[in-house]
Design a protein around this ligand. Structure first.
Ligand code: GLY
Length: 377
């Protein structure tokens, strides 16, 4: 367990962990050969399914990642076996280079990257490093940013979400002993500090850059939040966790200060909703749409900030969020394959559904509180 926790917090963490473990010991076997995104009537869907699935989905590394978090904590082979099954399915993506974008970070850092780090598998290392090379190749040296997507008209777009994908580049720098990967990652983080974070600490989801002039913003396209000048809560949480991770990997103080600034904004907002994040903090008050995933991601970032700064207030706020999620949105029933309900894809689509990364970050946060030293990022 982390230090400075009250008796009631320790019981919350231990009881939540026991419920998570009891459930995942069953679902890991039940959904071993699937790659879930959400559930339908309580049953995991399957993005690896050749007919009905979409193997290129950006979220397809989270089921492996969740199982690797469980493996790191329990050393139970069943979790590793499930992660390896996902890893094999994901090899299909390597056959189609046109379907690979910045999300290769989410896809392979959490699957093959984690498998390599916990088992030493060379094959997995090659997968993760191939993905890192693909990510690095997306750097636009004229505009000085990583191109995130390939869709026509989006060549100059950057999104705050990519702060999570660049962790794969820090990993590659260490493995190749080659600073170029880290340099590209830091250019992205520097750009995100400058162009995605507003003065009040709120975060802009999408920024459009000039393709051939460095560091030049040309617009703010609509992203997954209410509007370009609103504040999509998951984007805010990607910033909190993404910047603190960049600080951990580089030691650059400004990243930590930016993580704190964006965290303070998230906390101030989420308190107004009894610690349950709404999809957009700057949207009209009605209707109320929640996004449980934003809370789980932000909690992970807050715990890392608390560990680094020794400011226990961030730990308290992380636990407040996790308790609210546990009480209102978690399901430990075996009749429902998902753990965390009430995620939302965006302000206008996929509202109030379980999404696999909600489960991943909820478990990651509880394991951090439990004292796990495995940082999957
Ligand atoms: N990275 C896309 C999302 O957070 O929905």
């Amino acid at each position: 367990m982390l230090n400075n926790l009250s008796k009631s917090d320790v019981s919350f963490i231990e009881e939540t962990w026991q419920k998570i473990k009891a459930k995942l010991e069953v679902t890991t076997v039940k959904s071993r050969n699937k790659i879930p995104y959400t559930t339908r009537d309580g049953v995991h869907d399957d993005q690896a399914d050749l007919e009905r699935g979409f193997i290129y989905l950006w979220t397809n590394g989270f089921w492996a990642g969740l199982n690797m978090l469980m493996y790191a904590e329990t050393k139970e082979e069943k979790f590793l076996e499930t992660a390896k099954s996902s890893e094999k399915h994901l090899d299909r993506i390597f056959k189609n280079v046109f379907r690979m974008d910045h999300d290769v970070g989410f896809l392979w850092h959490l699957s093959a990257g984690a498998i390599h780090r916990l088992t030493g598998s060379e094959e997995s290392l090659h997968r993760a490093l191939t993905a890192a090379m693909i990510l690095a190749s997306r750097y636009n040296p004229d505009g000085n940013f990583i191109r995130v997507w390939d869709n026509k008209g989006r060549d100059g777009w950057t999104i705050i979400d990519c702060m999570m994908n660049i962790n794969l580049l820090y990993f590659a720098t260490e493995k190749f002993q080659d600073n170029r990967f880290k340099s590209i990652a830091m250019r992205y983080a520097d750009m995100a500090m400058r162009d995605h974070v507003r003065e009040d600490g709120s975060v802009i989801h999408v920024v459009e850059h000039a393709l051939d002039k460095p560091d030049t913003v040309v617009g703010y396209p609509q992203g997954q939040g209410y509007s370009p000048d609103s504040c999509w809560s998951r984007g805010q949480s990607w910033a909190v966790y993404g910047f603190v991770l960049s600080y951990i990997h580089t030691g650059k103080e400004e990243y930590l200060q930016t993580a704190i600034k964006t965290a303070d904004y998230f906390i101030e907002q989420v308190k107004q909703y009894s610690y349950l994040p709404v999809v957009d903090f700057k949207a009209p008050k009605e209707p109320v749409y929640y996004d449980s995933t934003a809370g789980a991601i932000c909690a992970c970032g807050l715990i890392e900030i608390a560990k680094i700064t020794k400011n226990s207030q961030y730990l308290t706020e992380a636990i407040n969020i996790l308790k609210a999620l546990d009480k209102n949105f978690a399901s430990y029933s075996l009749d429902e394959d998902a753990l965390l309900l009430m995620g939302s894809e965006s302000y206008r689509k996929g509202i109030h559904i379980p999404i696999i990364y909600g489960d991943f970050f909820f478990v990651e946060a509880i394991l951090k509180l439990k004292g796990s030293s495995f940082l999957i990022w």
